[in-house]
Design a protein around this ligand. Structure first.
Ligand code: NAD
Length: 349
């Protein structure tokens, strides 16, 4: 049956290929998921959610680093470098993968320190996954973009879905180019790749990995240790943010949406909340009255100034029913509650 599908698809027109009946997905009883970059900030929580949804045996979590809490013998953690195309092909073949979630990337702040390395990982990693998806008839791919695709010339409040993209960082450039590649692979090769332009993500279970919005996680760690926090952004630097539970739910909902309802094939704007460091500090102070903050803006402030302050996500709301559950107050409550449990296991910075 699978062989028949491959033969048919090879001879068919693109329109014919779009027919859901002929998608690989429909030929398999169970989805098998490959997560690349599974032990980063998003991967840590997304992997758990995907294991709950598809069953642990059907989710292959991979990364180039093994998290401390897993032993070397733990075969739920596999080494996979997304830049190694052959290893990627072998993994997809061996585990009969039907969906790929690509999370490996270098983020905005780290990217400015290593521009070419960032371009290589963010771009070649994505191209390797898109090519693998094309050749192996992968049913669906998820790849996150970022609000870093916008630059100084995009409207700031709210930033529309379709607008000028002139990113100011190598990270943003790689995401903007990646969005176009996703759309190209969908139009040209019928690869069903879906994407979200995430704002800054806030989570209690893992530390952020070198982005401009990391302060919104670090601040909680300092507050709970009764330490004063020195913020690298101005008190008034408004940025769009999202609590990780909302981000993970968004990925699952987008990936569950029937293909014909997805009208944005670059990457969807998605919104959670917007706040300044001063507003976040005030929300924390309400709960931890002794908390103190100082401001010492550095180079990250100029990156923040090139990003929008709020996001117009009407296409996400209309196409696949997006609605965030967390605002500043409920996110602050949840972070303080969760961190009280997880902080002892997280490395101190
Ligand atoms: N965290 C955010 O606030 C945020 C916001 C917008 C978009 N995103 C996007 O979401 C994705 C995941 O972000 P994150 O915050 O989890 O990043 P992260 O840095 O926390 O995690 C990335 C993971 O990829 C792994 N990795 C690095 N190089 C690799 C390689 N060659 N092969 C395989 N794995 C490799 C790392 O070891 C790490 O565990 C990225 O594409 C990022 O651009 C994140």
């Amino acid at each position: 049956m699978i062989h028949l599908y491959f033969v048919l698809r090879g001879r068919c027109s693109n329109t014919f290929n779009n027919c859901l009946f002929f998608r690989a997905q429909s030929l398999r009883m169970t989805d098998r998921i490959l997560i690349i970059g599974a032990y980063g900030q998003i991967g840590t929580e997304l992997t758990l959610a995907l294991k709950r949804k598809y069953g642990p045996a059907n989710v292959i979590a991979t990364d180039i680093r093994v998290p401390d809490h897993l032993s070397d013998e733990d075969d739920s953690c596999l080494y996979l470098d997304v830049l190694n195309r052959r290893a990627l092909d072998l993994a997809v073949h061996k585990y009969q993968i039907t969906q790929i979630y690509l999370l490996a990337a270098i983020l905005s702040v780290s990217g400015e320190q290593h521009p070419l390395k960032t371009w290589e990982l963010n771009m070649q990693g994505l191209l390797n996954v898109l090519e693998t998806a094309r050749e192996h008839f992968i049913a669906k791919v998820f790849w996150p973009s970022s609000i870093a695709v916008f630059g100084h010339h995009a409207p700031k409040k709210p930033c529309p879905q379709h607008t000028v993209l002139q990113p100011s960082t190598v990270y943003g450039i790689s995401k903007a180019a990646g969005e176009d590649w996703c759309q190209y692979y969908f139009n040209k090769f019928d690869v069903d790749v879906r994407s979200l332009r995430f704002p800054g993500l806030i989570s209690a279970t893992s530390l952020p990995g070198g982005g401009t919005t990391d302060y919104a996680v670090d601040i909680f760690h300092h507050a709970l240790r009764n330490e004063r926090y020195t913020c690298y952004l101005k008190a008034s630097a408004t940025l769009p943010m999202m609590y990780m539970a909302d981000a993970v739910r968004a990925v699952l909902e987008l990936m569950d949406t029937p293909a014909e309802r997805i009208t944005v094939r670059t990457s969807y704007n998605i919104s959670g909340m917007s706040f300044t460091p001063a507003q976040l500090a005030a929300a924390i102070k309400k709960r931890i009255p002794g908390f103190k903050i100082a401001y010492q803006p550095d180079g990250r402030q100029s990156i923040a100034e090139s990003w929008p302050t709020s996001i117009d996500d009407r296409f996400s709301r209309k196409d696949w029913g997006w609605s965030p559950a967390y605002d500043l107050e409920s996110m602050t409550d949840q972070m303080l509650q969760e961190l009280a449990h997880t902080m002892p296991t997280l490395p101190v910075r």
